[in-house]
Design a protein around this ligand. Sequence first.
Ligand code: SF4
Length: 253
Amino acid sequence: MPPTRSLPHLSASGVNQFIGCRLQWYYERILQLPKPFISPALVFGSLFHRLVAETLVVGRTPDLEAIRAQWTQQLEHDTVRFDTKDDPAEYPALAQRMLDAYLAEVQHYQIECFEKAFLVDLGLQAPLVGALDLIERTPDGGVLIVEIKTARASYSDQKLGHHLQAALYSLAAEELYGQDAVLCIDLVTKTRQPKAFRYFLDHDPIGRQQTRALLAAVEEDMLTGPIYPNKEDNFRCPNCPYNTPELCQSWHG
Ligand code: SF4
Protein backbone atom coordinates (compact mmCIF):
# COMPACT_ATOMS: atom_id res chain seq x y z
CA MET A 1 0.00 0.00 0.00
CA PRO A 2 1.58 3.35 -1.03
CA PRO A 3 1.92 5.99 1.71
CA THR A 4 -1.01 8.33 2.31
CA ARG A 5 -0.33 11.84 1.04
CA SER A 6 -1.48 14.99 2.74
CA LEU A 7 -4.21 16.81 0.82
CA PRO A 8 -5.18 20.21 2.25
CA HIS A 9 -7.88 20.82 -0.37
CA LEU A 10 -9.23 19.81 -3.77
CA SER A 11 -9.44 22.24 -6.68
CA ALA A 12 -10.67 22.02 -10.26
CA SER A 13 -7.18 22.68 -11.62
CA GLY A 14 -5.68 20.04 -9.32
CA VAL A 15 -8.25 17.40 -10.29
CA ASN A 16 -7.79 18.22 -13.98
CA GLN A 17 -4.04 17.99 -13.63
CA PHE A 18 -4.21 14.69 -11.74
CA ILE A 19 -6.41 13.16 -14.44
CA GLY A 20 -4.11 14.56 -17.17
CA CYS A 21 -0.80 13.48 -15.58
CA ARG A 22 -0.38 12.17 -12.06
CA LEU A 23 3.38 12.73 -12.11
CA GLN A 24 3.05 16.42 -13.02
CA TRP A 25 0.45 16.79 -10.26
CA TYR A 26 2.78 15.04 -7.77
CA TYR A 27 5.78 17.21 -8.65
CA GLU A 28 3.77 20.41 -8.43
CA ARG A 29 1.31 19.85 -5.60
CA ILE A 30 2.87 17.24 -3.31
CA LEU A 31 6.61 17.83 -3.72
CA GLN A 32 5.96 21.51 -4.55
CA LEU A 33 8.97 21.68 -6.86
CA PRO A 34 9.70 25.17 -8.19
CA LYS A 35 8.64 25.78 -11.79
CA PRO A 36 11.42 27.22 -13.95
CA PHE A 37 8.83 28.82 -16.27
CA ILE A 38 5.11 29.17 -16.83
CA SER A 39 3.11 29.01 -20.04
CA PRO A 40 1.96 32.10 -21.99
CA ALA A 41 -1.64 30.79 -21.91
CA LEU A 42 -1.69 31.01 -18.12
CA VAL A 43 -0.29 34.53 -17.97
CA PHE A 44 -2.47 35.74 -20.82
CA GLY A 45 -5.58 34.23 -19.19
CA SER A 46 -4.96 36.12 -15.96
CA LEU A 47 -4.28 39.36 -17.88
CA PHE A 48 -7.62 38.96 -19.68
CA HIS A 49 -9.45 38.32 -16.40
CA ARG A 50 -7.96 41.51 -14.95
CA LEU A 51 -9.02 43.52 -18.00
CA VAL A 52 -12.58 42.19 -17.72
CA ALA A 53 -12.66 43.00 -14.00
CA GLU A 54 -11.40 46.52 -14.61
CA THR A 55 -14.08 47.05 -17.24
CA LEU A 56 -17.09 45.45 -15.54
CA VAL A 57 -16.34 46.28 -11.90
CA VAL A 58 -14.36 49.52 -11.99
CA GLY A 59 -16.18 50.76 -15.11
CA ARG A 60 -13.00 51.75 -16.94
CA THR A 61 -12.13 49.99 -20.20
CA PRO A 62 -8.32 49.92 -20.50
CA ASP A 63 -6.85 51.20 -23.79
CA LEU A 64 -4.05 49.49 -25.72
CA GLU A 65 -1.33 51.47 -23.95
CA ALA A 66 -2.65 50.45 -20.52
CA ILE A 67 -2.91 46.81 -21.64
CA ARG A 68 0.69 46.90 -22.94
CA ALA A 69 1.87 48.30 -19.60
CA GLN A 70 0.12 45.50 -17.68
CA TRP A 71 1.50 42.85 -20.03
CA THR A 72 5.07 44.19 -19.70
CA GLN A 73 4.74 44.26 -15.93
CA GLN A 74 3.49 40.67 -15.95
CA LEU A 75 6.41 39.47 -18.10
CA GLU A 76 8.88 41.20 -15.79
CA HIS A 77 7.31 39.41 -12.84
CA ASP A 78 6.97 35.88 -14.31
CA THR A 79 9.37 33.74 -16.31
CA VAL A 80 7.25 32.87 -19.33
CA ARG A 81 8.42 30.50 -22.06
CA PHE A 82 7.05 31.39 -25.51
CA ASP A 83 7.15 29.15 -28.58
CA THR A 84 9.65 30.28 -31.20
CA LYS A 85 6.78 31.27 -33.54
CA ASP A 86 5.02 33.17 -30.78
CA ASP A 87 5.53 36.96 -30.62
CA PRO A 88 4.97 38.31 -27.08
CA ALA A 89 4.45 41.82 -28.48
CA GLU A 90 1.26 40.70 -30.25
CA TYR A 91 -0.58 39.69 -27.09
CA PRO A 92 -1.75 43.15 -25.88
CA ALA A 93 -3.53 43.93 -29.18
CA LEU A 94 -5.11 40.45 -29.10
CA ALA A 95 -6.31 41.09 -25.55
CA GLN A 96 -7.89 44.37 -26.63
CA ARG A 97 -9.69 42.74 -29.57
CA MET A 98 -10.93 39.97 -27.28
CA LEU A 99 -12.17 42.47 -24.71
CA ASP A 100 -13.99 44.40 -27.46
CA ALA A 101 -15.63 41.18 -28.69
CA TYR A 102 -16.63 40.15 -25.17
CA LEU A 103 -18.23 43.51 -24.39
CA ALA A 104 -20.04 43.65 -27.74
CA GLU A 105 -21.27 40.06 -27.97
CA VAL A 106 -22.20 39.06 -24.40
CA GLN A 107 -24.92 40.86 -22.49
CA HIS A 108 -24.45 40.97 -18.73
CA TYR A 109 -27.07 41.21 -16.02
CA GLN A 110 -26.41 43.17 -12.85
CA ILE A 111 -22.87 42.42 -11.68
CA GLU A 112 -22.96 41.29 -8.06
CA CYS A 113 -19.41 40.10 -7.52
CA PHE A 114 -16.19 39.40 -9.41
CA GLU A 115 -13.84 36.64 -8.24
CA LYS A 116 -15.62 35.16 -5.26
CA ALA A 117 -13.38 32.66 -3.46
CA PHE A 118 -15.15 29.60 -2.07
CA LEU A 119 -14.44 26.63 0.17
CA VAL A 120 -17.18 24.02 0.32
CA ASP A 121 -17.42 20.79 2.25
CA LEU A 122 -18.72 18.04 -0.05
CA GLY A 123 -18.36 15.35 2.58
CA LEU A 124 -14.95 14.21 1.33
CA GLN A 125 -11.69 14.24 3.24
CA ALA A 126 -10.61 17.60 1.77
CA PRO A 127 -12.84 20.60 0.95
CA LEU A 128 -13.28 21.88 -2.60
CA VAL A 129 -11.78 25.35 -3.07
CA GLY A 130 -11.81 27.75 -6.00
CA ALA A 131 -13.01 31.13 -7.16
CA LEU A 132 -16.17 31.92 -9.10
CA ASP A 133 -15.21 34.44 -11.79
CA LEU A 134 -18.41 36.44 -11.97
CA ILE A 135 -21.78 36.42 -10.22
CA GLU A 136 -24.69 38.21 -11.88
CA ARG A 137 -28.23 38.82 -10.63
CA THR A 138 -31.04 38.45 -13.19
CA PRO A 139 -34.08 40.81 -13.13
CA ASP A 140 -36.20 38.13 -11.41
CA GLY A 141 -33.63 37.76 -8.62
CA GLY A 142 -31.94 34.62 -9.97
CA VAL A 143 -28.23 33.95 -9.54
CA LEU A 144 -26.07 33.44 -12.59
CA ILE A 145 -22.57 32.08 -12.00
CA VAL A 146 -20.22 32.80 -14.86
CA GLU A 147 -16.89 31.16 -15.62
CA ILE A 148 -14.81 33.22 -18.05
CA LYS A 149 -12.63 31.22 -20.42
CA THR A 150 -10.29 31.95 -23.30
CA ALA A 151 -9.60 29.28 -25.93
CA ARG A 152 -8.40 28.84 -29.48
CA ALA A 153 -11.87 27.82 -30.73
CA SER A 154 -15.50 27.73 -29.63
CA TYR A 155 -16.68 24.76 -27.55
CA SER A 156 -18.52 21.80 -29.04
CA ASP A 157 -21.56 20.34 -27.26
CA GLN A 158 -19.38 17.39 -26.29
CA LYS A 159 -16.73 19.61 -24.70
CA LEU A 160 -19.40 21.52 -22.79
CA GLY A 161 -20.95 18.27 -21.58
CA HIS A 162 -17.59 17.05 -20.26
CA HIS A 163 -16.24 20.31 -18.85
CA LEU A 164 -14.79 19.16 -15.54
CA GLN A 165 -14.29 22.59 -14.00
CA ALA A 166 -17.89 23.56 -14.83
CA ALA A 167 -19.12 20.30 -13.31
CA LEU A 168 -17.16 20.91 -10.09
CA TYR A 169 -18.25 24.53 -9.92
CA SER A 170 -21.82 23.38 -10.36
CA LEU A 171 -21.41 21.41 -7.12
CA ALA A 172 -19.96 24.47 -5.39
CA ALA A 173 -22.76 26.69 -6.74
CA GLU A 174 -25.38 24.28 -5.40
CA GLU A 175 -23.79 24.40 -1.95
CA LEU A 176 -23.43 28.18 -1.96
CA TYR A 177 -26.61 29.33 -3.74
CA GLY A 178 -28.96 26.34 -3.84
CA GLN A 179 -30.20 24.29 -6.76
CA ASP A 180 -31.64 27.21 -8.71
CA ALA A 181 -28.32 28.93 -9.40
CA VAL A 182 -27.57 28.84 -13.12
CA LEU A 183 -24.05 28.20 -14.30
CA CYS A 184 -22.70 29.47 -17.61
CA ILE A 185 -19.39 29.72 -19.43
CA ASP A 186 -18.39 32.92 -21.20
CA LEU A 187 -15.88 31.91 -23.85
CA VAL A 188 -13.76 34.36 -25.84
CA THR A 189 -11.67 32.96 -28.68
CA LYS A 190 -7.99 33.84 -29.06
CA THR A 191 -8.33 34.21 -32.82
CA ARG A 192 -7.39 37.02 -35.21
CA GLN A 193 -11.04 38.10 -35.09
CA PRO A 194 -12.13 37.00 -31.62
CA LYS A 195 -15.68 35.79 -30.99
CA ALA A 196 -17.45 35.63 -27.66
CA PHE A 197 -20.12 33.15 -26.57
CA ARG A 198 -22.22 32.63 -23.47
CA TYR A 199 -23.09 28.96 -22.96
CA PHE A 200 -25.80 28.16 -20.40
CA LEU A 201 -25.27 24.80 -18.72
CA ASP A 202 -28.22 22.56 -17.92
CA HIS A 203 -29.20 21.87 -14.35
CA ASP A 204 -28.46 18.17 -14.19
CA PRO A 205 -28.92 16.34 -10.84
CA ILE A 206 -27.62 13.05 -12.25
CA GLY A 207 -24.56 14.79 -13.64
CA ARG A 208 -23.92 16.31 -10.21
CA GLN A 209 -24.16 12.89 -8.57
CA GLN A 210 -21.68 11.52 -11.08
CA THR A 211 -19.32 14.44 -10.46
CA ARG A 212 -19.47 13.82 -6.70
CA ALA A 213 -18.64 10.15 -7.25
CA LEU A 214 -15.80 11.04 -9.61
CA LEU A 215 -14.38 13.53 -7.14
CA ALA A 216 -14.48 10.96 -4.33
CA ALA A 217 -12.65 8.41 -6.51
CA VAL A 218 -10.03 10.95 -7.60
CA GLU A 219 -9.45 12.05 -4.01
CA GLU A 220 -8.91 8.45 -2.94
CA ASP A 221 -6.44 7.96 -5.76
CA MET A 222 -4.64 11.23 -4.95
CA LEU A 223 -4.20 10.08 -1.38
CA THR A 224 -3.03 6.53 -1.95
CA GLY A 225 -2.93 5.69 -5.67
CA PRO A 226 0.15 5.01 -7.81
CA ILE A 227 2.05 7.88 -9.38
CA TYR A 228 3.29 7.61 -12.98
CA PRO A 229 3.74 9.84 -16.04
CA ASN A 230 1.24 10.06 -18.87
CA LYS A 231 3.17 10.78 -22.05
CA GLU A 232 0.66 9.26 -24.48
CA ASP A 233 -0.38 12.10 -26.82
CA ASN A 234 -0.33 14.43 -23.84
CA PHE A 235 -0.67 18.09 -24.83
CA ARG A 236 0.87 18.99 -21.45
CA CYS A 237 4.30 17.48 -22.14
CA PRO A 238 5.85 20.08 -24.51
CA ASN A 239 5.26 22.91 -22.03
CA CYS A 240 5.67 20.90 -18.85
CA PRO A 241 8.21 22.50 -16.48
CA TYR A 242 9.17 19.04 -15.22
CA ASN A 243 10.01 17.64 -18.67
CA THR A 244 13.73 17.60 -17.80
CA PRO A 245 16.49 14.94 -17.65
CA GLU A 246 16.51 15.18 -13.84
CA LEU A 247 12.75 14.72 -13.37
CA CYS A 248 10.20 13.18 -15.74
CA GLN A 249 12.70 12.00 -18.35
CA SER A 250 14.55 9.87 -15.79
CA TRP A 251 11.47 8.81 -13.79
CA HIS A 252 11.53 5.10 -13.00
CA GLY A 253 8.97 4.71 -10.26
S1 SF4 B 1 6.50 15.80 -19.21
FE1 SF4 B 1 4.46 14.96 -19.62
S2 SF4 B 1 4.47 12.95 -18.64
FE2 SF4 B 1 6.17 14.11 -17.78
S3 SF4 B 1 5.38 15.04 -15.92
FE3 SF4 B 1 5.15 16.50 -17.56
S4 SF4 B 1 3.09 16.18 -18.35
FE4 SF4 B 1 3.65 14.39 -17.16
